[in-house]
Design a binder for this molecule. Sequence first.
Ligand SMILES: Cc1cc2nc3c(=O)[nH]c(=O)nc-3n(C[C@H](O)[C@H](O)[C@H](O)COP(=O)(O)OP(=O)(O)OC[C@H]3O[C@@H](n4cnc5c(N)ncnc54)[C@H](O)[C@@H]3O)c2cc1C
Length: 438
Amino acid sequence: MLDANAREHTNSYYAASQRDKEPFATLTDDMSADVCIVGGGLSGVSTAVELAERGHDVVLLEANRIGWGASGRNGGQVIGGYGTRLTDNPEATNKQLGTGSAEKLIDMATECVDIIRERTEKYNIECDLKWGFLNVALKPREMNDLEDWMEELEAQGYPHETKMVSKEELRDYLGTDRYLGGQVDMGWGHCQVLDLAKGEARAAESLGAKIFEQSLVTEIEPGEEVVVKTDKAKVKANTVVLCGNAYLAQMAPKVAGKLSKYVLPATSYIIATEPLSDNLAKDVMPRNYAVCDQRTALDYYRLSADNRMLFGGVSNYSATAPLSITRTLRSKMLKVFPQLKDVEIDHYWGGRMGIGINRIPQLGQLHKNVYYAQAYGGHGVAPTHMSGRLIAEAISGDHSRFDIMASVTHMPFPGFGILRQSMFAAGMSFYKLKDALA
Ligand SMILES: Cc1cc2nc3c(=O)[nH]c(=O)nc-3n(C[C@H](O)[C@H](O)[C@H](O)COP(=O)(O)OP(=O)(O)OC[C@H]3O[C@@H](n4cnc5c(N)ncnc54)[C@H](O)[C@@H]3O)c2cc1C
């Protein structure tokens, strides 16, 4: 299921319900471009749209299918925030990254979602986009954290409706007694994320970008003109953008180079039930919002447009799949919604997300004309759109906002290969244990 050489989509609900199943061509002829993007997830396609809108001549090379990686497999939860940890202490951030940086990052936290809102409208991208999100709390400490977060949002002038809901009020939103309460955010939501990725690729294509699938980049020769090689052809480009994230090192270690030290793959899994009856759907999720709890290894879930429960969790950091994903996730789902006990599971799948040590998206340049974006953790649907915009601004000559993110210090993971992954798994187990005890 996670085979990086499987060149077609994994067996997900998204692939089964994708609106546009028409493939893009494979690169077979040498060509030149102003910018060549490697990787056709949301980082890649959003960068392509931003660059094409600015008049650049773009080629995008995807090893498998557009949205094949995390971007077409995730929970579809559209969550704001971009480098949010950097805005916890604005004074320190402004000192470290330059005056006004924290305020700009606060704006980007909302802008990344606005890009999705505006782009889907502008290019008529049908992707079942719905607004409404619930952060739910299992412990009093988490309720306090959500209250503090609400106050912070208010102080920042957050433009969307947010409110705290008590345990009793939560029954209007969720058919469960599992939580102590939660926080509603009407600026966040959910969507059919593979349709979003494919729709953005089509938008870029409509602006002149050339998109290629099943075109694995195996080597890059840096220089004034960068040569990007696949097994069949090559692209000469003035600038390259690497958007392979958690899959890049595995698929093309030579291309990933030192980037692989800064990002480790963590796997998360999702089940999709059969479509629920209207009555059952209204019982479990009367408002049809997306939901996340607050743990490190969190539950995240929502309804699809055809009333399936998409329930995700079981983050796995050790590169080994849990014995039975379906059984584990189903029992987690029934803890929240026992009323789903007779519902069949139609799909299950997993995907790899790139995690960095400090949980801040990594944006930068390997060379003057080789850019990269990676490491969004489990929170990349909206932030990838911010990265695409910042990279396009920088390539077009305005580095001011890109430089804020590119100046953040990121630590490499210690060790190498399997040892590095094991140390990371041990570290994450500590946080899971802390969640369980605190
Ligand atoms: C199961 C799961 C659930 C998640 N849920 C959510 C959620 O609900 N909300 C949220 O905000 N985030 C979520 N995330 C995180 C989010 O999906 C990612 O952060 C985001 O999609 C990353 O996008 P990306 O384009 O950087 O990487 P990816 O989508 O992984 O794309 C990388 C692409 O690069 C291609 N590639 C790699 N190497 C090469 C090469 N050498 N040549 C050509 N192509 C190459 C790959 O084939 C792949 O298609 C989830 C992630 C997972 C795995």
